[in-house]
Design a binder for this molecule. Structure first.
Ligand SMILES: [Zn+2]
Length: 374
């Protein structure tokens, strides 16, 4: 609301006797007057000049010029009566307008409150008033954040980052992200069980030797680089991973989410990276159980490697093996149960490193050691 102005009727004794009154306005209740002048009437007005124009228009017939000043020529009683009507009108106009304005302000406030408390306990849901900071705070729990400033347009595609270890980057609108990933608490779509295999690194290894052949940045990349494979074969690659048959080859290669070991080979016994552990967890796979099952069917031999003497002993039964060999450089007997704890553990027992292997690996070991089959 504007500050009020003031309209005054002023006169002096001489003018008063002649029924002459000058109408003037001021921005404060106090007005500087010429000597001997005084105020006979005052009123508040939103726009003083406008009220004066109105008064002079309506009392046009009573305007006289006295020494270059326009004055109203009316008796004191009459002019007070007229000005009282202007005062009353101005007062009513202001009161009514103020009330209307006040009511509509209240309505806007109420509407804001309605918006504020509608389907959310968060303070602001009007997406046009959101900032990246507010959005990121709300998406924190589902590990997503905007990779850029919010455009203020909820339907517009924006770049998002996933805060999980896979650190996905993808595009979608705020509206979509809120509905699909926040409200239902699902989080990053590419970290879901359905899509986890899409945006991760893949590796392919030669069947049998498990030597690294090729690496892929994503599932798309794998598809692009393996045009020799049919649609069905491509589909099988994902199924093999989901169905926990991780060493099953497709067209002479084993496709894996496991990165190579220090020797550049696929090795299910190597320590898993956090990246790999995360994928396995999302897939809902019990990795150790799967490994045991694979090894039982695939690696049906155990090899005891005596590095020191360049010898190795291979056998299809741990009991037979424990009966056939002794400690390296001593006659002490081996414990069958202890052997099983050391198989593929990377640590030695009785001077041997124990590993599971299949027929192909036995051939490879023969290149390096003097292999004896028991
Ligand atoms: Zn993700």
């Amino acid at each position: 609301m504007n500050r009020p102005e003031y309209v005054h009727a002023i006169t002096n004794d001489l003018l008063y006797d002649m029924n002459l009154f000058e109408i003037k306005c001021s921005t404060s209740e106090i007005i500087e007057l010429k000597k001997d002048y005084y105020i006979v009437f005052s009123m508040e007005a939103i726009d003083g000049e406008l009220v004066i124009l109105d008064i002079y228009t309506r009392l046009k017939k009573f305007i006289v010029r006295f020494y270059e000043v326009e004055m109203i020529n009316l008796s004191y009683d009459k002019i007070i009566e007229c000005l009282s009507i202007f005062k009353q009108q101005e007062y009513e106009k202001n009161t009514i307008i103020s009330k209307i304005v006040k009511d509509s302000v209240k309505t806007v406030e109420d509407r804001k409150l309605e918006i504020r408390y509608k389907d959310s306990d968060k303070p602001i849901t009007n997406s046009r008033h959101l900032t990246a900071e507010i959005i990121n705070d709300r998406f924190k729990d589902v590990k997503l954040c905007l990779a850029e400033e919010y455009t203020g347009r909820p339907e517009e595609k924006q770049v998002w980052n996933c805060l999980n270890i896979l650190n996905h980057t993808f595009e979608c609108s705020y509206k979509h992200a809120k509905r699909e990933y926040l409200d239902n608490r699902k989080g990053c779509p590419y970290c879901s069980k359905q899509q986890i295999l899409d945006k991760i690194k893949w590796h392919s290894y030669k069947d049998k030797s498990y030597e690294l052949e090729e690496e892929y940045d994503s599932w798309e990349d794998l598809k692009e680089k393996n045009t020799n494979l049919s649609k069905d074969e491509i589909k099988i690659i994902k199924n093999i991973v989901r169905e926990e048959r991780w060493l099953t080859p497709v067209a002479g290669r084993v496709y894996s989410i496991i990165s190579p070991n220090d020797e550049g080979k696929l090795d299910l016994n190597k320590p898993l990276s956090n990246y790999e552990k995360f994928i396995i967890q999302i897939l809902g796979i019990n990795f150790n159980m799967m490994k045991q099952r694979i090894f039982k069917t695939k690696f049906n031999f155990v090899i005891a490697i005596d590095e020191k003497n360049g010898k190795a002993y291979v056998c299809d039964s741990m009991t037979k093996l424990s009966n056939a060999i002794t400690y390296v450089d001593s006659n002490q007997r081996l414990n069958r149960k202890t052997i099983s704890k050391y198989v593929d553990a990377g640590k030695d027992y009785a001077g041997y490193i124990f590993r599971t292997c299949d027929m192909n690996l036995i051939e490879e070991y023969k290149e390096k050691y003097e292999v004896q089959t028991i």
